[in-house]
Write a new protein. Sequence first.
Length: 414
Amino acid sequence: MPETPPLAPEASPPGWAGPDSFKVPSTMRPTIRMRLTLLYGGMFLIAGVVLLTIIYMLAAEALRNTGSGLRITDGYGLRFSSDVCPAVGQAQTVSQFNSIVESCLDTQRNAALTALLHRSLVALVGLAVIAFAFGYAMAARVLSPLGYITRTARRVAGADLSRRIELDGPDDELKELADTFDEMLERLERAFTAQQRFVGNASHELRTPLAINRTLLEVHLSDPGVTVELQQLGRTLLATNERSEKLVEGLLLLARSDNQIVERKPVDLAEVASQAIDQARSEADGKKVEIRGECREAVVAGNGVLLERIALNLLQNAIRYNVPEGGWVQVDSGIQHGQAFLSVVNTGPLVPAYEIDNLFEPFRRLRTERTGSDKGVGLGLSITRSVARAHGGTVIALPRLEGGLDVRCTLPIQ
């Protein structure tokens, strides 16, 4: 399907400077950077104040307790005693006393500083845990609009282009991102609406003349007075018209299947495969191709008509590109690794591995791009891949060493 050309920008009326003319200058807006800076700066400032207060209280208590146990009991006879510094009792002179007291004070200060350091580290670790938890909660609160934008984008990815973010709050970077995303969604919705309208109009305009041509040809062929030459010409034109109808139907189906499926219903791949086998049975018998396999229940959510088209396209492709004699097609379905699958394996000519990707392109066949063939219009695998993608699944084809293909369509279960 050709890509939709980008929409041309709409002309602005005279004197209109665009939506940016009404916005507040960026230097005056409460930007995310400014808000986060103020938030985390204030948070760590408060944490620092609390830490300094705790250190001050611990230091005051340690210094107050340092000299409480040192006291002189007998100053007249130079006899001293202390519970904190027992060596004072050995002092015989004033100088000895001062030296011993100085040593005891140093010891007490070191002990107080060590205790202060240990307690400060414990307090710092506790405050760090609290600060990180508080910062994590605040960051989640500040960045919560991003989560809302992400959830809306996921809903839009499900082909619901009518949704809008419509983010409320300050005019910061996040709101600017949300508004830009809303504008993009609006343009995309208009483009998809125009595409759907075009597909609908094309469906009507292309089908009507082909249907009229088919009716006129059938009426002329039913006339008993038509010569043999005209009958041959009419049958040729009728076959060409039928081929054109198939081509139009394939193109329209390919255009519709590129979009996501909005209305989904439970569909059993086993039933889909059985219906496809019944429709292709006569063609397989005509080409002497045996259809075999085991279709087990595998319920998925999707569009039954489009899923049946996957099975029918794969089956018809396997029948038409098969060996002249003794060919077979194996069709299996079921659930494996938590996903539903539909597998079609067939005998046939050898397919180079580098040609597999080309087979899924529109109007491409093995080693040729011509559409003038009685095997189809070259859209079967392209439609299959598009329908599978629309259902959130994948289609993988692998060449068989003996010839033919092993094509597996995987879809999420309901």
